[in-house]
Design a protein around this ligand. Structure first.
Ligand SMILES: NC(=O)c1ccc[n+]([C@@H]2O[C@H](COP(=O)([O-])OP(=O)(O)OC[C@H]3O[C@@H](n4cnc5c(N)ncnc54)[C@H](OP(=O)(O)O)[C@@H]3O)[C@@H](O)[C@H]2O)c1
Length: 327
């Protein structure tokens, strides 16, 4: 079993907040959160990323520049977000050397046929203005071209897709490959093939409302690092997340904001976390995370895993699929 070695230090580059509560915190001698995890390739993936889904045109570039200035070194994007050009321009304008930034993009559903993969990847690379990606993910476990029924065989066993991704690693266009929105069954199906490279990560919805403790435990046992998307509950639930009584209480006690408490909780659970914001002050705020004392972490974990399940993002119906993508 490969163990993800957390590289311990404070993730925040801007230091602890001032004031009485943070004094109380430092008195408790908190341990640090991992700033990175070490992947099987040996690469270090930063634990907190800026997500750029639904980051609007003419805003996303500023968000990326603000993030890089604040100390983020991980941008989570995708071909389908249709903002790779602006993200790429911001990376260039930031002056931060390419090799210091972890860039993830994702292969869209329409490009799962092996012959479609390299052109799609090349398009992302060109738009981002880079010659390699740090991580390339199969965005969803469904192979489906626009206006056509889904490809059942390739959806059920995406081995041909995966083999092409392995080839992209061999060619140096991608450094690590992984999946997104895969459940345990789909990961087991994929890894039952004779893979040269195992999926390094699985990017899935994880939030206070969708905490996924079983998937988290399974992923740890099977050396698949989880990346938590919509970690604040996405647009529709972010207000509710930040008003959860336990979150508010812990924030008050530690002199942190509710968003910082939630993002810290994610990293403390051992996942990469991908909060999205185009609001400069929030972008900065979201990187200032630190370990919660264990009793407060446990309190939040208990609250997150004991409420009734909340429906997660599930595009099966809107994509006209005759199966549930999570089954
Ligand atoms: N693989 C996949 O299929 C998939 C699916 C969904 C998402 N993702 C990834 O995950 C990222 C995050 O997901 P998401 O955008 O759905 O949800 P999210 O990060 O949970 O929530 C984003 C919302 O929270 C607000 N927000 C951010 N920081 C805040 C703060 N400190 N205080 C108050 N509000 C705050 C944002 O507002 P403002 O922007 O207005 O500040 C936005 O409305 C995406 O950008 C993408 O990279 C991947």
């Amino acid at each position: 079993m490969v163990v993800f070695l957390p590289v311990l230090r404070h993730v925040s580059r801007t230091g602890l907040r001032c004031g009485r509560a943070s004094f109380a915190t430092s008195q408790r001698n908190l341990t640090s959160l991992p700033s990175h995890y070490v992947l099987p390739s040996g690469d270090k993936i930063p634990s907190v990323a800026l997500g750029v889904w639904r980051s609007e045109k003419n805003k996303v570039g500023e968000a990326v520049k603000t993030a890089l200035k604040a100390g983020y070194r991980h941008i989570d994007g995708a071909w389908i977000y249709r903002n790779e050009e602006e993200v790429g321009q911001a990376l260039k304008d930031s002056g931060v050397p390419r090799e210091e930034v972890w860039i993830t993009s994702k292969l869209w559903n329409t490009f799962h046929d092996p012959e479609d993969i390299e052109p799609a990847l090349d398009e992302s690379l060109a738009k981002l203005g880079v010659d390699y990606l740090d991580m390339y993910l199969i965005h969803w476990p469904v192979a489906k071209k626009d206006g056509q029924p889904y490809d059942k065989e390739l959806t059920e066993n995406p081995y041909p897709t995966w083999q092409k991704l392995e080839e992209m690693v061999a060619k140096g266009k991608v450094r690590n490959i992984g999946v997104s929105n895969f459940n345990i069954r789909r990961l087991q199906n994929l890894t039952a093939n004779p893979l040269k490279i195992k999926p390094a990560v699985n990017q899935v919805e994880i939030s206070f409302w969708v905490p996924q403790p079983e998937l988290l435990a399974w992923s740890k046992e099977n050396s698949v690092l989880l990346e938590a998307y919509s970690p604040l509950g996405s647009d529709s639930k972010v207000k509710d997340t930040l008003a959860v009584p336990e979150v508010v209480e812990i924030a008050k006690e530690l002199g942190m904001t509710p968003a910082q408490v939630v993002i810290s909780w994610h990293v403390q659970r051992g996942t990469v976390v991908l909060p999205k914001s185009v609001t400069p002050s929030r972008v900065v705020e979201n990187l200032q995370v630190r370990a919660l004392p264990s009793e407060l972490f446990d309190k939040l974990e208990k609250a997150a895993t004991s409420h009734k399940p909340y429906p997660r993002l599930n595009p099966s119906k809107s994509w006209g699929l005759d199966f549930d993508i999570f089954e």
